[in-house]
Design a protein around this ligand. Structure first.
Ligand SMILES: C[S@@+](CC[C@H](N)C(=O)[O-])C[C@H]1O[C@@H](n2cnc3c(N)ncnc32)[C@H](O)[C@@H]1O
Length: 272
């Protein structure tokens, strides 16, 4: 029974994992914004707390994991859904004693109360339930342990979404939690305290092709709710016409620095 219930979730995770595995070799060169966000997260990590075991959820190529391993003389775990990301992470940091684990934020392969500090940068927006990820973090953290993460809120990629709306009604951009829903989720009883802030960051591109290429290079082009929308067929548009329409709509966002893609980034630190 539970296998049947799990099927859509697992299928969704497999699609996300294969998208990121395909992007593993191009990720680092294209991940400027992800690096800035990770550095902000690392700067917010609590000091003066036990750090015998630290975990990076959705570690990707291991940028945050390596920083944790260097900062704390501890058991460091890097966990990700995508085997390709884990292989790149392992190969990129051979000098560090990091345990790389395959797994999902919603079902961590770790014992209850076994982790002192969890970090996670720009991964939890890929979970179908932030609550489930928070519940798992709560389970594996020891009492008094900290969870620090960044995630994306509604308004992220709005230029991309707006441009696609001019083409068809299909789902071309992932949905992100509203800031109100995020705040309500974080305010659930249990956690001892929680601080969070939301800021806007922008990446600038010379044109549509460069923006598309960048999203693909970091693996962010998997659309989890992709529909087989036939809207474009109904409108009788060819592939070339769709692309021209998308380009024109994207151009509407152009500013002197280029065309932006915005990210609403939440940085959260909480204590169990
Ligand atoms: C945008 S990358 C961020 C990687 C890294 N944290 C960084 O800052 O560079 C998101 C990562 O989260 C992973 N991911 C997505 N959903 C996940 C889940 N449910 N559980 C664990 N990892 C997940 C992806 O495979 C990918 O490696």
């Amino acid at each position: 029974m539970s296998a049947l219930v799990d099927t859509p979730r697992l299928a969704r995770q497999r699609r996300i994992a294969s998208g990121f595995s395909r992007a593993a070799s191009s990720y680092d060169a294209a991940a400027g914004l992800q690096r800035e966000v990770a550095d902000t997260l690392l700067a917010r990590l609590p000091t003066d707390c036990p750090t015998a075991t630290v975990l990076d959820i959705g570690c990707g190529t291991g940028y945050v994991t390596a920083a944790l391993a260097r900062r704390y003389a501890s058991t460091t775990l890097g966990l990700d859904l995508a085997s390709g990301m884990l292989a790149t992470a392992r190969a990129s940091h051979p000098e560090l004693a990091i345990r790389w684990l395959a797994g999902a934020a919603e079902r961590l392969p770790l014992a209850a109360g076994s982790v002192d500090l969890i970090a996670s940068s720009l991964a939890l927006q890929w979970c179908d339930s932030l609550e489930a990820a928070l519940d798992e973090a709560w389970r594996v953290l020891r009492p008094g342990g900290h969870l620090a993460f960044t995630t994306l809120c509604d308004g992220s990629l709005h230029e991309w979404q707006g441009a696609w709306r001019a083409v068809d009604d299909g789902a071309h951009v992932n949905r992100f939690l509203s800031e109100e829903t995020l705040a309500a989720t974080l305010a659930r009883p249990g956690w001892r305290w929680c601080r969070h802030e939301v800021t806007t960051r922008r990446c600038w591109y010379p044109d549509l092709a460069a923006a598309r290429q960048a999203l693909k290079a970091i693996g962010a082009n998997t659309v989890v709710a992709a529909t087989s929308s036939s809207a474009h067929a109904l409108r009788g548009l060819t592939g070339r016409q769709r692309l021209a329409r998308l380009e024109a709509a994207f151009e509407e966002y152009r500013r002197p620095a280029g065309i932006p893609i915005s990210y609403r980034v939440a940085t959260v630190v909480m204590q169990r």
